[in-house]
Design a binder for this molecule. Structure first.
Ligand code: MEV
Length: 423
């Protein structure tokens, strides 16, 4: 029987669940129980979440953890992180503590400009188009006044509009390339509303507007995070050897794309977790970060390292278009709580906090990879996950952790040993 349905969105939540249960789960009652188990008992709160998207049937939990002991530009933070990967928060916390004793992290916002474009086709004379644009420019800005008024009061608005001839890449293709400052909001709605208004004002019989949309490529909305210390202060038996190997690991990610992608994925483990916890758009952040990593034409590491004159320096440069007002940041109670926990940063401060978390995560990964290997730490967390799955109690967990202290954790080895201690 076909499972294509019309009017699904019009069904009540209960009806949607029943339809799914009938059509995909043989009406098993436990399916309905599982779905409803994740409903919030507070109906008003549940309604709030239902309304974020279409066709909500339940909630999907992700762990919300916190990484204490971050010191950024001399200020102390506890960083909220929403992430499912077991070792991420532990790694961030360890690294935060390590660097808190070495002067902490330093961060600076390099720039905060965002871009939006009106893409259009034009077959006529180029100079005439340029003249039309020059004459029209003031009216384009004028047309957006009702939208930009409030943003201008907060110090933002439209920074400039350029006409770009892209006909060398695509026949008849031109753009209005618009630069924006959106202060503490991510600004997607603001930018898109401005662009659509500009397009309406700009269009004439000779131009065909194709689309108006912000760009998630934000190389001019850039933040830098850094740690540094004397090589000897890195600790361990051979700090010079460690620093050099660490630097080489970063250099490999600067020249080898297969490694660079994984290296940057490790950075995004930290970045996405805080982006999610603060109600920001992680897809936009991901897209922008990876595009920036390819800005030279080759995909490269977003972080860099230098070991020189007895000093170890490790830094990250990443574009982050974030908001601390508007969107989910004020709607989602946990996003609001995260911002409160971070002492209500403005967007620039949040850019620095998030970049630092990415750098910390990268440091943790590279340290593990160039010393004990990554599986050591991962497997410890993996062991806990397996024990939870097996329903081990606290005493059993303790015994198992002790047993696996000096052994390789594999699913089958854990299951076998667990069966043995259960006997
Ligand atoms: C795993 O989620 C992230 C790492 O693979 C990052 C890296 O290799 O640098 C450990």
């Amino acid at each position: 029987m076909s499972k294509i349905i019309s009017g699904f969105s019009k069904l009540t939540k209960e009806e949607k669940i029943n339809w799914l249960a009938t059509n995909f789960f043989n009406n098993q009652p436990e399916i309905i129980r599982t779905i409803k188990q994740y409903w919030n008992v507070d109906e008003k709160l549940q309604q709030l979440h239902d309304d974020f998207i279409e066709n909500t049937i339940t909630n999907f939990y992700m762990p919300y953890g916190v990484a204490p002991n971050f010191v950024i530009n001399g200020k102390e933070y506890v960083v909220p992180m929403v992430v499912e990967e077991s070792s991420v928060v532990a790694a961030a916390s360890l690294v935060a503590k390590f660097w808190s004793k070495r002067g902490g992290f330093h961060a600076e916002v390099v720039s905060t400009t965002k871009i939006g474009q009106v893409h259009f086709m034009y077959t006529g004379d180029k100079q005439q188009l340029q003249n039309y644009f020059e004459a029209k420019k003031v009216y384009l800005l004028e047309a957006t006044k009702s939208i930009t008024k409030n943003m201008e009061k907060r110090g933002g608005g439209i920074l400039g509009i350029e006409l770009k001839d892209r006909t060398e890449s695509l026949k008849d293709y031109y753009q209005l390339h618009v630069a924006f400052e959106t202060v503490d909001s991510m600004g997607a709605n603001f930018i898109n509303s401005c662009l659509e208004t500009i397009a309406k004002e700009f269009r004439n019989d000779e131009t065909e507007i194709i689309m108006s949309i912000l760009s998630n490529y934000v190389p001019e909305c850039l933040v830098r995070a850094e740690v540094s210390c004397k090589v000897e202060d890195l600790g361990g038996k051979n700090p010079q050897g460690f620093a050099e190997k660490f630097e080489q690991a970063v250099q490999i990610a600067e020249v080898e794309t297969y490694r660079a992608v994984t290296h940057n994925k490790g950075i995004m483990n930290g970045i996405d977790a805080v982006v999610l916890a603060t109600g920001n758009d992680f897809r936009a952040i991901e897209a922008g970060a990876h595009a920036y990593a390819s800005k030279t034409g080759q995909y490269k590491s977003l972080s860099h390292c230098e070991v020189k004159n007895g000093m170890f320096r490790f830094w990250l440069e990443i574009p982050l278009a974030l908001g601390t007002v508007g969107g989910l940041t004020s709607l989602h109670p946990m996003a609001k709580l995260s911002l409160d926990l971070l002492q209500n940063p403005n967007a620039k401060e949040l850019m620095m906090i998030i970049a630092v978390t990415g750098l910390a995560q990268n440091y943790a990964a590279l340290k593990a990879l160039t010393t004990k290997g990554i599986q050591h730490g991962h497997m410890k967390m993996h062991l806990m996950n397996i024990l939870n799955q097996l329903g081990a109690n606290e005493a059993e967990k303790e015994e198992m952790i002790c047993f696996f202290k000096d052994k390789t954790v594999s699913h089958s080895a854990v299951v076998e040993k667990y069966a043995e201690i259960k006997k």
